[in-house]
Design a protein around this ligand. Structure first.
Ligand SMILES: O=C(O)CCC(=O)C(=O)O
Length: 269
């Protein structure tokens, strides 16, 4: 499994940013929300979190709700975000996943350094993740860290790590890879990274929440490797363009805020 460099002429990213994506495996910082809109997005997450916590669930549990919550659907399909994604994967864009990686203050769990591709049953490896800062991301709050250029190694060997982690896969040997570069962002800024880039994050030892919304985008020619993995496609949204393969479901914009089977109410506005 190898990284395919982006060769298209960009419309919204600069040629230098596309070169940086090819060279480093990510591009950042880009800006999606500013001022009041960034605050509105933070308030929206606060509302979702209140629901999660009231149900005794974990802050990381806001996973795969973009086809159920209008507020998340609207981020996933935001035209400005899609303009940048289009420059990397082309005019037909499917979103199959979204997940708030919400590290609460003093959360000691780490995200071990990993590549995304081995977690997922998709072929070929062409996914791009948008990681949108919902909070200001401070150096002491366990920011996401990228290992620049690691995507050019192809798929790396991994091992399972289970203690004090949010995700369990870990790249076995980092000795030949570049040191981690922390992603320091203001709320509303975001990065785009390829699914072969090694990345992870440390504990949040600060008094501040550190939340990023990840959104997984692929061109429609990417598909699951076998029938048993079809569940991974079930919450898909065709965000832009069309699906010439006719395989991807296209969930419509929800007209409310559903969380599990419960209406959230009042958190989208
Ligand atoms: O937010 C984090 O710390 C990790 C996120 C991550 O692993 C991803 O976006 O794929």
């Amino acid at each position: 499994m190898q990284f395919t460099p982006v060769e298209r002429a960009p419309q919204h990213l600069t040629a230098e940013q596309v070169d940086a994506f090819n060279e480093n495996g990510y591009v950042a910082p880009l800006t999606l929300f500013e001022g009041d809109e960034a605050s509105r997005q933070r308030n929206y997450l606060d509302g979702l979190l209140r629901q999660v916590q009231a149900g005794g669930r974990d802050a990381y549990d806001i996973n795969e709700y973009h086809h159920l919550c209008q507020g998340i659907y609207d981020i996933v399909t935001n035209p400005k975000l899609l303009d940048y994604v289009e420059d990397l994967i082309g005019p037909n864009i499917v979103c199959w996943g979204s997940h708030y990686f919400c590290k609460m203050p003093h959360d000691e769990r780490v995200v071990p350094f990993h590549q995304d591709a081995p977690y997922w049953p998709f072929r070929p490896s062409r996914a791009v993740t948008a990681w949108i800062a919902i909070d200001d991301i401070r150096p002491d709050a366990g920011p996401m860290c990228f290992l620049p250029g690691s995507h050019r190694q192809g798929r790396l060997e991994w091992q399972r790590r289970t203690e004090n982690v949010v995700l369990e896969l870990e790249v076995k040997d980092r000795s030949e890879l570049a040191p981690p570069t922390p992603l320091i962002l203001n709320a509303g800024q975001f990065s785009l990274h390829t699914d072969l880039l090694v990345h992870g994050s440390q504990a949040n030892l600060s008094d501040h929440r550190r939340c990023g919304l990840t959104i997984r985008y692929v061109p429609p020619e990417v598909w699951v490797k076998d029938e048993a993995s079809l569940g991974w496609t079930r919450s898909a949204v065709i965000c832009r363009g069309r699906d010439p393969t006719g395989r991807w479901p296209n969930n419509p914009r929800p007209d409310c805020e559903m969380f599990g089977t419960k209406e959230l109410g009042g958190v989208a506005g």
